[in-house]
Design a protein around this ligand. Sequence first.
Ligand code: BTN
Length: 251
Amino acid sequence: MGFRVHPRGRVSSTQILAREFLNRGAAMGTVVVACEQDHGRGRGNRVWVSPPGGLYASVLLPADPLLSPRVGIAVASALRAFGARAELKWPNDVLIEAKKVGGILIEAVGGTAIVGIGVNLVTSPVPGATCLARVAPSSPSPERLLERILEELPWDPPSRLLDRYTELSATIGCMVRVERGPADRGRSIVGKAQGVDRLGRLLVLDDKGILETVVSGDCTHLRHDESLEAAGDGVRRWTCGTGSGTERRER
Ligand code: BTN
């Protein structure tokens, strides 16, 4: 697919501009990139803090159930090309050293997806996040990173795509807690992430041996502390990136 890039200065959100392009009949492959955003949007109506120096782009692409893995692979591969060990956290986060460096927002309008890509390059504007300049030998300009992401966008068939996604995933194989989104009746689950299916859903094996399929939600990676479990008080304890938790086990 060919891409046509429309650079902008300070905007409200590239998602809004890309939607205007779409409403005026813009073609697939249209890209809007801005230097900064006043009202950058993240998943779940969160704010995406967007100071100068970061990459803020929205791309019109054909809607596809595996679009999030596709774009995630492109972003992680591009960051790796600049020397950072980027990984993917289901559903849409890009991590370096277990900290968030970027995110992907997908908004569907009919058969078109408006794919928003945000990457922290020189500053990490949110506590607990990171930026490329902190970990890589040299940080590319936003334009150079965008160019590389578009070059890296994979058009592999689903099985090859999911293999590549699994290689880059920090989630698969990890104990996770998923706060499920409204599409999943909001119930939270804890278990081991087994993989992602051909619809982009996360498969989680819970401790009753039930394989749960998660359509949407927020995922936290957990690290099982064997020594604490061995304390034998019936309480399983987990430490994780954003805090810790306990869970009483039926004996
Ligand atoms: C997330 O992790 O919550 C997704 C963040 C997506 C941010 C990008 S920046 C470019 C595009 N424009 C926006 O307003 N949001 C996306």
